[in-house]
Design a protein around this ligand. Sequence first.
Ligand code: HEC
Length: 114
Amino acid sequence: MYSIHAIPAVALALACAAAPAIAQDAGQTRSLAATCTTCHGTDGISVGGVPPSLAGQSRDYLLQQLKDYKSGKRAGTIMPQHAKGYTDEQLERIAGYFAAVKPGTAPSAPRAGN
Ligand code: HEC
């Protein structure tokens, strides 16, 4: 017969078992999003707005653009190719990641040679 006191312990054990999976998920999403920051700036805040900043744009907007690039509905130079490399589920996670970043101003790029 289990005592009533065992229930919180079981709940805690289950919660702890789930925590590493969540942390791993967040790490994977960050890694996926990191592939975008080369062009779209650190955390998706681009220098001078080219290409557009991703930080703080709505998740639905970002996801729709990515799906449109992937399907060929929206034209582009780089993005149609890039978007094809991700599953829809990965695009959802990436869109959610950048939507959650607080938009800001990127530090200006260092000037070369002057
Ligand atoms: C090699 C550079 C490069 C990389 C890497 C890149 N982008 Fe882009 N992105 C662009 C360019 C350039 C545009 C403008 C459209 C075009 O020419 O393809 C753009 C446009 C976009 C737009 C449309 C923005 C708007 O305001 O409508 C979204 C959304 C976007 N990119 C998301 C992403 C995401 C998410 C990733 C990572 C999975 C990513 N990009 C990786 C260069 C890049």
